[in-house]
Design a protein around this ligand. Structure first.
Ligand code: ACO
Length: 301
C-alpha cells in the first residue's frame, strides 16, 4: 500500500481554552497542563459529511486520480450525520466514484488505523486505489455543561488516497476490549447522547495497551510515531514506556484537541505539508480509545 496523497479539512470556528473558561468552571492553565490542548475547531455550518467531502476532493486533485478509478471509499467516524446513508456512500455519489464500494467504520479513536489496515488488505487483493478518511463532529456529542469532557474534544477531518504497490502488507496489531465498554460511551440511541467517560480509566488503558500494541510490532525503530492525539501526557507516557526519543512522537493536539478518527491523519497531513515526513520514512501509527480499542500499523511513506 502506498500513500499517494494526504489532505485535511477543518471547521472555520476556533474555540480557545479562554473561550471555554468564560462558559464553564475551567481555565487555560488547567487544560494546558492536564492535556496540552490550547484550542479546537468546532463545526457550525460544517458536518461530518461536508468535512469528509472537502478531504476527498483535495485528495483526488492532489493525486491526479479520477473518481472512477477508486475501488473503495472508507470513512472512519464515531459521529456520523446519519446512521444511514453513511458518509462514505454520500461521498461515493458526490464524487462520482461509480466503481467504488463505500462504507463507514466505527472504532472510535482507533478508527483510522483500523480503516487503513482494511484498505491494505483490499489493495493486496483486487483493489487498486481507494480513499481512507477520518471525519468527526464530536462537538455534537459533548455536554457543554460537563467540564471534564467538554475541554477535550474537537471537530475535523483528514485522510489519504492509497494505491496498491508491490510491498508486503504493512505489519498491524488491532485489538478490541469490549469488556471495558462502560469506560467511554457516547451517542446513546435512547437517553443522553453525550460523552460519559472515566478519564482515569481511559488514561490507564492507553498507557498500558498502546505500548503493548506497538511492542507487538517489533523493536525496529521508526522515523515517526504518530500516536492518537488525545492528551500530551498520554503520548509522553507511551514514549517513556517504550524508551523512544520524545522528538519522534510529534504533537499537534494543541491546535485541534482530540478529534478521534481524524487525529492521526490530521497529524500525518500536517507533517507531510510542513516537510517533516519524507518519502521512504517508516511511520508507526497508533490509535486507542472508545470500544475500548487499540490499533497500530507500520508503513513506509
Ligand atoms: N477544568 C478544571 N478542573 C477540572 C476540569 C476542567 N476542565 N476537569 C476536571 N477538573 C477537576 C476535577 O473535578 C478534579 O477536581 P477535584 O480534585 O477537586 O475532584 C481535578 O480537576 C482532577 O481531575 P482528574 O479527572 O483526576 O484529572 P486528571 O489528571 O485525571 O485529568 C483527564 C483528566 C485530562 C480527562 C485525563 O484523565 C485524561 O486525559 N484521560 C484520558 C481521556 C481521553 O483521552 N479520552 C478520550 C479517549 S479517545 C476516544 O475514544 C474518544
Amino acid at each position: 500500500m502506498q500513500i499517494v496523497a494526504t489532505a485535511a479539512e477543518l471547521p472555520a470556528k476556533r474555540v480557545t481554552n479562554y473561550d471555554l473558561s468564560r462558559r464553564m468552571a475551567t481555565s487555560d492553565e488547567w487544560i494546558r497542563q492536564r492535556t496540552g490542548i490550547r484550542e479546537r475547531r468546532i463545526a457550525e455550518t460544517e458536518t461530518t459529511y461536508s468535512l469528509a467531502l472537502g478531504v476527498a476532493q483535495q485528495l483526488l486533485a492532489k493525486s491526479h486520480c479520477t473518481a472512477a478509478e477508486l475501488d473503495f471509499v472508507l470513512v472512519a467516524t464515531m459521529s456520523p450525520d446519519y446512521l444511514t446513508p453513511s458518509e462514505a456512500n454520500r461521498l461515493q455519489a458526490a464524487l462520482g466514484a461509480t466503481n467504488a464500494f463505500a462504507l463507514n467504520l466505527n472504532a472510535a479513536c482507533a478508527g483510522f488505523v483500523y480503516a487503513l489496515d482494511m484498505a491494505a488488505h483490499l489493495l493486496a487483493g483486487q483493489a487498486q486505489c481507494g480513499l481512507v478518511i477520518g471525519s468527526e463532529c464530536l462537538s455534537r456529542l459533548v455536554d457543554w455543561d460537563d467540564r471534564a469532557t467538554a475541554v477535550l474534544f474537537g471537530d475535523g477531518a483528514a485522510g489519504v488516497l492509497v494505491k496498491a504497490d508491490a510491498q508486503p502488507l504493512p505489519p498491524a496489531d488491532l485489538r478490541s476490549f469490549g469488556d471495558l465498554e462502560l469506560v467511554l460511551q457516547a451517542g446513546a440511541a435512547t437517553g443522553r447522547p453525550f460523552f460519559q467517560m472515566n478519564g482515569r480509566a481511559v488514561y490507564q488503558f492507553a498507557i498500558r495497551e498502546a505500548p503493548a500494541s506497538i511492542s507487538r510490532l517489533g523493536q525496529a525503530p521508526c522515523d515517526w510515531y504518530l500516536i492518537h492525539q488525545a492528551n500530551a501526557r498520554i503520548i509522553e507516557a507511551i514514549g517513556r514506556k517504550l524508551a523512544l526519543p520524545p522528538e519522534r512522537l510529534p504533537l499537534n493536539l494543541a491546535n485541534y484537541g482530540n478529534t478521534s478518527a481524524a487525529s492521526i491523519p490530521l497529524l500525518l497531513n500536517d507533517m507531510v505539508t510542513d516537510g517533516r515526513i519524507q518519502r521512504g520514512q517508516r511511520l508507526l501509527l497508533c490509535g486507542f480509545g472508545g470500544g475500548l480499542s487499540v490499533g497500530s500499523l507500520i508503513l513506509t511513506y
